[in-house]
Design a protein. Structure first.
Lengths: 330, 286, 309
């Protein structure tokens, strides 16, 4: 365990949405006071339904858009403003893996040229060295030089995502943000790509932010997990610990809905009520309309994220301190 | 899929490519001929285009010395036609290139900077689209007089707003998601994003627009020259030949019919190729 | 609703301001107006007096503001050829131009729109193909060539009609035919594609699948929706009524605004050119405004969209 590489301090992001012809604008709180910290060589899994603010968090952590409030620090320094020359130089140290690999690749260029592109952009190595690096990268994502000569359209979904991965690794970055990297792939391919990611992460000592709604994938690859609901973090903790003993009712519902070996499906918690809508955030704890255990206090008072164990934090009025841990151990 | 089957389908695709309709083949042939004429006009022309033959004035086409006849000063109509094709195509190509570059650049600037720059570009495109270009062109010619570079530059202001609209729209959607956003987060400069990635991706749509603008530029230039306000004598262009030939409409209609036919055939050919390209490359463009 | 029209009117004013600015910039760039108007041989003290009288020594932005003021008062200068006010010269030519463009406009609408609708409803028929071929010809044959061909056939060969001048109604037939045929072809092609687009919409298929008689589907659903894009091009055509006959008036020696413009450009009679430019801009802007108002009437959805544009 080492010092944090990425520190996110209470970031918020609000989008304004216009509706109707007179342009009445309403504020959508995509993120509200999110704090995270990722240590070097660790993988943080970010879990939540769509609309929970996972992807926005990923984009802000990567510096692709600035937060409205709060700060992101990378390697102890604050992030450069997007689009500036310093920002562009910084890109070599942090990269992104996208959900849709076909959309993330230029259909009009052979994929080897696209793997080479970050080297060209950042002026790394001579022409021959760049060529050699491209071949090395292709091998490291388990593709051969012939694949490099093809266009994205002539590759399978899994192969495309390997190309995106090779491109992201070209500059030997320290930090990788993976935004739903396998959810667009066939289930049979998903495992291969996740295994490859896990291997490369271990081999290159990468620090990762892994965003997914799929708990199985997150459990496989993450050291630490954070659960988001409507722009706020509701629970964080060590991956094994959190999945074994979820504390927040929302986490419990997610975990129970995710099939896992050796666990009976009898205890499955089915969430009722409307799916979360960031434009109409409920008062108090945003989860209370769907929470099976909500009390009157939940509708009025926003629970703060507080530590209940050494590395476990939960934002729930029903969970406080160590005495709550035993309640739902089943 | 093995490599062998991949190669197989690639070959099959290559074989199916030359399935070109007869009208398109004719149009392409015509354009190639016209381009060759433009390139070698002076070498193929049997006479100098200003060379007088006062004994053979207004002689009818079909005679051995002058295949397409002569005009009122005994100048060879064929030679003048060849040189006219060169000048008219020079203006049309120059102007189309200028308008494509100007329009695409403005469209990219609007997409990149958004805000005030975008509003300014949109205002100019609205303005350009709402004023009849011929009137604006005539006003500029009245104020500045006439020369070939000015005429090319002026025609280059024709149609730029279409490229600007297309380039802006496509660049905005490419920036919002997908390859452009991916390349941006690699740390690429805007110049690299727009020129190496977005431009090749939208090139087919821009080329189709070119086939719409190009014939209109030819028509616009020939119209101005016909009115005596475009290409000036002793230089000659297709519209200019029709304009001067009109005086001899009753006695020597061939002076005017030869260049008129060339104008119609060329604009028709480019339109036919454009329609075909649009169907093949870009079915979304109306 | 109010916002929609406010934005449209704002845009119209902006276009006028841009045209005036364009004229001002071009006028100033083209040389010293005192030299151009008085000639290079004018004595220096006359030039100086002229410059003072016309405010040419003022800073450029004051000249720019003054220019707007003069135009607002209708002071558009005098023709360099006969010294009469340019605006008067232009205004007295308008009836002659309208005598060509109005009948031609009626001709285009009466021929082009029904032909386009018929072609779309009978797609692939012989008439559809004929309409399409004519429409392509209408685009690729420039108006001066069409005009000369008509002269060649009807004036020279057949001797039925005069080839130029303005002495009787018979002189107007060929110019009107030239303007009308070209415009009708454009309008037919446009109407056809607008109709085909509408006929391909799901609501048309739904209506006919529900058993609504085809005749009623066309008149109640297809035509009103296809009218929207057609109105745009009609608006543009209305905007060109004043100066859309530049080429045709020149071919037929018809003394309208277009011919005046060509002569003024050839003689570099700047006041007259500027006057026509402004007149055209105002016509275009007015017709665009009318189209926008009609849009609001034809399609309430556009009002909502326009508010965001």
């Amino acid at each position: 365990m080492s010092a944090p590489l990425v520190e996110v301090a209470a970031i918020s992001r609000t989008y304004t949405m216009r509706s109707g012809m007179f342009g009445r604008s309403s504020a959508v709180h995509a993120l509200d006071g999110v704090s995270l910290s990722i240590r070097k060589g660790e993988t943080l899994g970010l879990v939540g339904e769509s609309g929970s603010g996972k992807s926005t968090t990923g984009r802000i952590v990567l510096g692709l858009e600035p937060p409205d409030a709060g700060e992101v620090r990378f390697g102890g320094k604050s992030m450069a403003a997007p689009g500036t020359p310093e920002w562009r130089v910084q890109r070599a140290r942090m990269q992104m893996i996208f959900q849709d690999p076909l959309g993330a690749l230029d259909r009009r260029l052979p994929v080897a040229d696209q793997i080479r592109e970050p080297l060209d952009v950042h002026g790394l190595g001579t022409g021959a060295e760049r060529e050699a690096r491209v071949q090395e990268l292709l091998r490291s994502v388990e593709l051969n030089p012939q694949h490099g000569r093809r266009y994205p359209g002539a590759l399978s979904g899994g192969q495309r995502q390997r190309i995106v991965l090779a491109r992201a690794l070209a500059t030997k970055p320290d930090f990788l943000v993976c935004d739903e990297p396998v959810s667009a792939l066939d289930v049979s391919i998903q495992a291969q790509v996740v295994n490859l990611l896990a291997d490369l992460q271990a081999e290159l000592a990468l620090t990762m932010l892994f965003i997914s709604h799929d708990l199985r994938v997150v459990r496989q690859i993450s050291n630490v997990v954070a659960v988001m609901y409507l722009g706020r973090i509701v629970e964080t903790g060590c991956a094994d610990d959190l999945f074994a003993r979820p504390e927040h009712p929302y986490t419990q519902a997610l975990v129970s809905a995710s099939p896992a070996p050796g666990r009976r499906s009898a205890g499955r918690i089915v969430l009722s009520g409307d799916p979360p809508n960031p434009a109409a955030r409920p008062s108090g704890c945003a989860f209370h309309p769907r929470c099976p255990r909500a009390i009157s206090r939940c509708a009025t008072e926003l629970p703060a994220l507080s530590s209940i164990a050494s590395d476990r934090q939960v934002a729930c009025h029903l969970v406080s301190g160590s005495q709550a841990q035993s309640q739902d151990a089943a | 899929m093995t490599d062998a089957t991949l190669k197989d389908t690639a070959i099959r695709r290559r074989i199916s490519l030359p399935a070109i309709p007869v009208s398109v083949a004719l149009a392409i042939t015509w354009i190639v001929v016209v381009l060759l004429i433009a390139a070698f006009a002076e070498k193929i022309a049997p006479y100098g285009f200003t060379q007088l033959d006062l004994r053979n004035r207004l002689s009818a086409p079909g005679n051995v010395a002058h295949w397409l006849g002569t005009d009122e000063l005994g100048r060879d109509v064929l030679s003048r036609l060849l040189v006219s094709i060169r000048i008219s195509l020079l203006i049309a190509f120059g102007a189309t290139a200028i308008s494509a570059v100007v329009g695409t650049t403005l469209g990219f600037l609007a997409a990149h900077f958004r805000g005030v720059v975008e509003q300014l570009v949109l205002m100019l495109t609205d303005f350009q689209a709402s004023m009849p270009f011929l009137i604006m062109a005539l006003a500029v010619l009245a104020f500045f007089g006439n020369s070939l570079p000015l005429l090319i530059g002026l025609m280059g202001l024709f149609g730029w707003e279409r490229y600007a609209r297309i380039a802006r729209g496509l660049a905005i959607s490419a920036n919002a998601q997908g390859y452009a956003a991916a390349v941006r987060q690699l740390g690429a400069t805007p110049a690299r994003i727009y020129l190496r990635h977005i431009l090749p991706n939208i090139a087919s749509t821009l080329i189709v627009s070119t086939t719409l603008v190009f014939p209109e530029v030819i028509l616009m230039e020939s119209g101005l020259s016909f009115l005596g306000l475009g290409v000036q004598p002793p230089m000659t262009s297709l519209g200019n030949m029709v304009g001067y030939g009109r005086e001899y409409l009753t006695r020597a209609p061939w002076i005017m019919l030869a260049p008129a036919t060339t104008i119609v055939a060329t604009t028709l050919a480019v339109s036919v190729i454009g329609d075909w390209l649009r169907d093949r490359l870009d079915p979304t463009l109306q | 609703m109010g916002r929609y029209f406010a934005i449209r009117i704002g845009r119209a004013l902006l276009t006028i301001i841009l045209v005036v600015t364009f004229a001002f910039v071009v006028l100033r760039l083209s040389g010293d107006p005192s030299l151009m108007i008085l000639g290079p041989e004018a004595p220096p003290e006359v030039l100086a007096a002229f410059r003072k009288a016309w405010g040419l020594d003022d800073p450029i932005w004051i000249q720019y503001v003054d220019y707007f003021g003069a135009i607002a008062k209708g002071e558009l200068g005098r023709s360099m050829r006969d010294g009469r006010p340019a605006i008067q010269l232009v205004l007295e030519r308008i009836p002659a131009t309208l005598a060509l463009t109005l009948p031609a406009f009626a001709f285009k609408v009466a021929l082009g729109i029904p032909a386009g609708i018929y072609a779309a409803l009978n797609r692939g028929s012989a008439i559809d193909r004929a309409v399409m071929i004519t429409a392509v010809a209408g685009f690729t044959v420039p108006s001066f060539v069409l005009a000369l061909l008509l002269v060649l056939v009807f004036a020279v060969q057949l001797g039925w009609l005069p080839s130029g001048g303005q002495d009787s109604w018979r002189h107007a037939i060929l110019p009107i035919a030239t303007l009308g045929l070209g415009g009708a072809a454009v309008l037919a092609r446009f109407t056809r594609s607008a109709m085909l687009e509408v006929l391909g919409q799901p609501y048309i298929r739904t209506a006919s699948a529900k058993g609504v008689p085809w005749r009623k589907v066309v008149t109640a659903h297809a035509l009103p929706n296809a009218a929207i894009p057609t109105v745009t091009i009609l608006g543009f055509m209305v905007g060109t009524l004043i100066a859309g006959a530049v080429v045709v008036e020149s071919v037929f020696a018809w003394p309208g605004v277009g011919r005046l413009l060509v002569v003024a450009v050839a003689n570099r009679d700047l006041s007259v050119v500027q006057c026509i430019l402004l007149l055209v801009a105002m016509t275009m802007v007015t017709s665009n405004l009318i189209v926008d108002f009609l849009y609001g009437f034809l399609d309430p959805r556009l009002r909502a969209k326009g508010a965001h544009a």
